[in-house]
Design a binder for this molecule. Sequence first.
Ligand code: MG
Length: 316
Amino acid sequence: MTNRRDFLRKASLLTVSGMLAGKAGHVTANTLATHHAAASKIIGLQIYSLGSELHENVPAGMKKIKKMGYSTLELAGYNKGKIGKIDMMEFKKMAEDAGLKITSTHVNPPVREYSPKNKGEIMEFWKKAADDHAKIGVTYLIQPGQPATRSTEEVAYVGEIFNEAGKIAKAAGLSFGYHNHDGEFARVKPGGTEAVAGRRGFGKEVKGIEVIYDAMIKSTDPSLVFFELDVYWAVMGQADPVEYMRKYADRIRVLHIKDRAVLGQTGMMNFEMIFKQARAIGIKDYFVELEKYNGGTQFEGVKGCANYLLKAKFVK
Ligand code: MG
C-alpha cells in the first residue's frame, strides 16, 4: 500500500538526494542514496516472532522494533478485544507512539471443523473480530490456521465459509485473507477421509485429486478472499512459492517472509527469486516471521532478519 504520506515521504527523499547529487558530488550522493533506499523499505513484522518477550514491556519493545527498521506490524494474540492482556486501542497507541503502523492481524475462529451446525458461531466470531479490528484501522484480517480439509467436499465447504467471512470483513472495510502452513499442500480426493502429503500421494488411478491450497483458491471469490502466502511453509509443503505467485498472481496479495531461522541463514529459501516475483505481481506488503530462535533472544533474531532485508539489494 502506498499511501499519500509514503508517497510524499519518498518524493521528498528523492528531491533531497537529487539536490545533494548536484552539490556534494557522487560519493556523498551514492552513500545517501543507499541509505535512503534502506530507509524507504517498508518492512513488516508479525509480532508472534517476539513471543512473550514483546509482552514484557510493549511500549519499549515497539521502540526497539522501529529502530531495527520495521515500519508495519501484523498482530497475533487477539482475544475478545485485546492483544495479549492489552486493550486493542491501547496496543495501537503503543505502536503509533513508536512510529509503527498496524496493518494486519492473525485471527483464528474458535472451531476447526466447519459444518452448517457451527456456521453461525463462526460468523458471530468474525463479526466481532472484524468490528474490533476496523476500530484500530487494519487493512487485512487473516486466518492463519487450517480448518479440517480431508476431502474435496470439505475444502469446498471451507471455501464457502471463507467467502462468508470475506463478506463480513468487507462490510467492516477490511480484506479477509488466509495464511498457509505446509498442510495446505497435501492433496485430497472426492469422498476422501484423509489428506495425503508428499510427492507420492495418491495412486494414478484416483481421479479428481487436488492440492488443498489450489482448491481453496478455486473455491473462494477473488473479490472476498485473498491469500497471504507463507513462503517457508510452502517450501516445507514441497511447493515452490515462486511458481505459486506466478500461478495465482491475482490471488496472493501478501507474504510471510520466513526461513527456518534468521532470514537468509539456512540457504533453503531463495529470497531473491521470491522478492523478484513478488514485485512482478505487485505485492507490496509482507511480514517477517521467526519461530522460536535458538541463537539468542527473539529480539536478536528479529533484528537479524531486518538486517538481512535492509542489506539485500533485491528488496526495494
Ligand atoms: Mg507464517
